[in-house]
Design a protein around this ligand. Structure first.
Ligand code: F6P
Length: 361
């Protein structure tokens, strides 16, 4: 057994779930136990469990069969203990005070927080409060800066691509415009990659505000060339050129007031502009559920084993990241509060344009 700075650590998953979370939990806890004799403490339902003290020691038997399982055995929530904190009605403690108490009460030497941008921003704030924290990059959105990839993305990409393939055949049969909405509020990685993998004719992503007339023009060009159907892949956060002029708050409000998701609006506008029949498919939570792809299992396992070594070495305040094929640690301060958007000159944007794919601009 190797020596370790950490004897007991808490582990939690927070934010939207993603395929590979259980594989990562398994890798952290197994490596920490086998290599260093550490004890893992399961924290239930994200930061909520840390505030409420909803925790239990994790027995090795809980890790059996986890590699292939979707979801998270720890449960999750979107609770953010630093956002609008209010004292607890009974104890009078602020969330951060309750967290510190529970950290002490459970004899934790460190925390491992698995999640996306919100989770790792909270992890960063906890480390500023003096807690020993390590973050892992999980999200189907692939929008965490300083890591080439997040786990969950690859599986969601496979699901979305398979769906686009299936919609292709029915689009062809019925000569329809098919609008497929994929996840991605702030970043369009999933839309761009699944759109290219599935041969989308149009791909609309948040990074490139669209003009519906450009999209309609593309559809009509296809029809004039004898192609009787069109596949339009739309990220849920795609916005029109007019919407792109709104500030963040106004845009959020406008979207909250919109009684349908963006794909419905795009389909309606296209029907009006082209007089062609259109249909909508919103892929929704199918993209997040189910068994992880082999790539995500491997990536989550690599991140998890690295996290155990970081714990043993006392290398805290870091996000475990993938950079140029290597697993490394990035200070949480460098990623907190940021979103990794697709740069305008990204290779895949250029690839899409070279293929003649319309990106809405
Ligand atoms: O954060 C990942 C994500 O899957 C986004 O792509 C999506 O917009 C969001 O979660 C949906 O989250 P919720 O589970 O809160 O509906």
């Amino acid at each position: 057994m190797e020596s370790s700075k950490v004897k007991r650590f808490g582990i939690l998953t927070s934010g939207g779930d993603a395929p590979g979370l259980n594989a990562a939990i398994r890798a952290v806890c197994r490596t920490a136990s086998i290599q260093y004799g550490m004890q893992a403490v399961a924290i239930h339902n994200g930061y909520r469990g840390l505030v409420e003290g909803d925790m239990e020691e994790l027995a090795p038997s809980s890790l059996v069969g986890l590699l292939t399982e979707g979801g998270t055995i720890l449960g999750t929530s979107r609770d953010k203990p630093f956002k609008n904190p209010v004292p607890d009605a009974e104890s009078g403690l602020l969330p951060i005070e309750a967290i510190k108490e529970n950290y002490k009460k459970w004899n934790l030497d460190a925390l491992v927080c698995l999640g996306g941008n919100g989770t790792n921003t909270t992890a960063c704030l906890l480390s500023h409060e003096g807690l020993n924290v390590i973050g892992l990059p999980k999200t189907i959105d692939n929008d965490i800066v300083c890591t080439d990839m997040t786990f969950g993305f690859h599986t969601a990409l496979d699901v979305a691509t398979d769906a686009i393939d299936r919609i292709h055949t029915t689009a062809h049969s019925h000569s329809r415009i098919m609008v497929i909405e994929v996840m991605g509020h702030k970043a369009g990685w999933l839309g761009l990659y699944s759109g290219i993998a599935g041969g989308g004719d149009v791909i609309l992503i948040p990074e490139i505000p669209y003009d519906i007339n450009s999209v309609a023009k593309k559809v009509m060009e296809r029809r004039d060339a004898g192609k009787n159907f069109s596949i339009i892949v739309v990220a849920e956060g795609a916005k029109s050129k007019e919407e792109a002029l709104l500030d963040k708050k106004a845009f959020k409000k406008a979207r909250a007031e919109m009684p349908y998701s963006i794909a419905y609006r795009v389909a309606h506008e296209l029907e009006q502009a082209t007089s062609l029949e259109s249909r909508v498919t919103v892929l929704g939570y199918l993209q997040r559920g189910g068994t992880p792809s082999s790539y995500d299992r491997i990536l989550a396992t690599q991140f998890g084993t690295a996290a155990a070594h970081f714990l043993a070495e006392g290398d805290f305040g870091k996000l475990v990241a993938l950079q140029n094929g290597k697993i490394t640690g990035v200070p949480l301060d460098m990623i907190a509060g940021k979103v990794k958007n697709i740069p305008a000159n990204h290779l895949m944007i250029e690839t899409a344009r070279e293929l003649g794919t319309c990106l809405g601009d």
